[in-house]
Design a protein around this ligand. Structure first.
Ligand code: NAD
Length: 244
């Protein structure tokens, strides 16, 4: 028996990285997986390999969200889990980045999560069941130098998660955030100092970056009924960095 048997799950930014790992794991655990991204060739390839459905979805596009949710409801009549995973990273201190770059990061990382919750939670509220998982970051739990817009956006994801959890609690719709540390994906290669991985991971108590699967395991727990009493909470997967 799979841990997500009978569930319809939607994962954004799932053509590669953590989203791809989540799509593969969720499909193995019995879910009907819809994966979305802006990288269509990669998304179609992953979907084909795991028997999932791929659709192009720029998370900033409200009408695309609405079309996707309408299509999913037409096919299944339900959406049980939404993983708001799509995100971008950008460098720059607050006195260096221009407002356009700040807005670009906020649009994908923050507006995208809001639009996803806004499109899907009415369906879950009606069903009186559902789990929304928002991928924040360790950067949404603390400050840091050189990625001001990213930090801001990931704190906003954490805040939206708590507000939406409270708004949805009575309808049995759970909303939680995941806070990954250093995860070995394309995004990690964009972090300052990425050219020297040994140096970058030296401060991590477990002494290494994580594989994307290690975040997917946590997303699986939160998407499943195993986490039925958790909502509005922060789930950290960071090899101990936040304990420093
Ligand atoms: N890798 C890390 O170290 C790390 C750490 C903490 C948090 N995160 C977060 O984890 C999530 C997944 O990142 P990842 O590590 O897999 O990186 P990644 O770059 O491999 O994956 C991000 C995915 O999001 C997609 N995406 C970007 N803009 C989009 C848009 N406008 N609409 C739809 N999809 C879009 C990309 O095409 C890509 O497939 C992100 O939210 C990221 O901020 C990553």
């Amino acid at each position: 028996m799979g841990r997500l048997d009978g569930k319809v799950c939607l994962i954004t930014g799932a053509a590669r990285g953590q989203g791809e790992s989540e799509a593969r794991l969720f499909a193995r655990e019995g879910a009907t997986v819809w994966l979305t991204d802006v990288l269509d060739a990669d998304g179609e390839r992953v979907a084909g390999q795991i028997g999932a459905i791929y659709r192009h979805l720029d998370v900033r596009d409200e009408s695309a969200w609405s079309a996707l949710v309408t299509e999913m409801m037409g096919k299944h009549g339900r959406i049980d889990a939404l993983i708001n995973n799509a995100g971008i990273f950008a460098t720059g201190r607050h006195f260096e980045i221009d407002p356009e770059e700040f807005a670009r990061v906020m649009d994908v990382n923050c507006l995208g999560v809001f639009l996803g919750m806004r499109a899907v939670s009415p369906i879950m509220r009606e069903l009186r069941s559902g789990s929304i998982v928002n991928i924040s970051s360790l950067a949404g739990l603390r400050g840091g130098i050189g990625a001001f817009a990213y930090h801001t956006s990931k704190w906003a994801v954490r805040g939206m998660t708590k507000a939406a959890a409270v708004e949805n609690g009575r309808r049995n719709v759970r909303v939680n955030s995941i806070h990954p540390g250093l995860i070995d994906t394309d995004m990690m290669q964009q972090l300052p100092g990425a050219e020297d991985e040994m140096r970058m991971t030296r401060r991590v108590p477990l002494g290494r970056a994580a594989a994307a699967d290690e975040v997917a395991n946590l997303a699986l727990y939160l998407a499943s009924d195993e986490s039925s009493y958790s909502t509005g909470s922060e789930f950290i997967v960071d090899g101990g960095l936040n304990a420093l």
